[in-house]
Design a protein around this ligand. Structure first.
Ligand code: GLN
Length: 229
């Protein structure tokens, strides 16, 4: 994915999180402000979210550009959740163009999005990847090992492929985990909850930039950032 976001807090509609802000993911799909790799994110979009009483997330993905999905724009104002991961994709050269290659990936209770690229040859073999795209193989590896080991896995993969970019974002309905490794990530903490996003979706003063090579954890108690190196 080339731009992703997550929310943990009071329920918000998917429209409030993904479509409405002045620099929303929708706008970022054609006019990102901080993207270092790629210019538009037109190779698909996805959103995963948790609903009360249902431990596994619901997910809607598409291989079309987000702006070309008017049905989602119609439904998004009435879907709300307190834990959401969403992404818009700019496919890495050579990677498949298909819905199953679009984040967020899932396995049981977790959602996972990847902004970046990795040489697939350095990844240990994994079972049950959703696609042959690098991000799906990486997601399967992280989810197989357990997201608790996210930081260690990113360090290991980063050492095996020094050109890798490994900004990951994961959620299980109760907390968010994220890494920065080669691309941008910003955080916004409000009384209502915490947002993580590849880039701020508006110019509100509270957004802060997460330093590169960090591990971020968000719980209802707040946000912690730990250096990864
Ligand atoms: N490598 C991933 C893909 O091809 C993610 C690309 C990105 O972050 N721009 O989908």
């Amino acid at each position: 994915m080339c731009r992703h976001l997550a929310w943990l807090g009071r329920p918000r509609t998917l429209a409030e999180l993904v479509l409405d802000p002045p620099s929303s993911l929708l706008v970022q799909s054609w006019a990102p402000r901080r993207q270092r790799y790629g210019t538009v994110n037109a190779d698909g979009w996805g959103v995963g979210f948790f609903a009360p009483g249902r431990p596994e997330p619901a997910r809607w993905r598409s291989s079309r550009p987000l702006w070309a999905d008017p049905s989602f724009a119609s439904v998004a104002p009435v879907l709300s959740s307190g834990c959401v991961v969403a992404a818009v994709r700019s496919a890495t050269v050579g990677m498949p163009l298909e819905e199953s290659a679009v984040a967020p990936f899932t396995d049981g209770r977790w959602l996972l999005s990847h902004n970046g690229r990795v040489d697939r040859a350095v990844l240990p073999p994994v079972r049950d990847a959703e696609s042959t795209v690098d991000s799906a193989l990486l997601a399967a590896l992280v989810l197989d090992r357990g997201p608790e080991t996210l930081g260690a896995t990113v360090r290991e993969v980063g050492a095996a492929d020094p050109a890798a970019r490994l900004n990951l974002l994961a959620a299980d309905g109760t907390r968010l985990l994220a890494t920065t490794w080669g691309d941008t990530l910003s955080a916004l903490t409000t009384p209502e909850g915490t947002a993580l996003a590849s880039e701020p979706w508006d110019d509100a003063p509270g957004w802060t930039d997460v330093p590169d090579r960090s591990l971020v954890e968000v719980t209802p108690d707040g946000l912690t950032v730990t250096p990864l190196t």
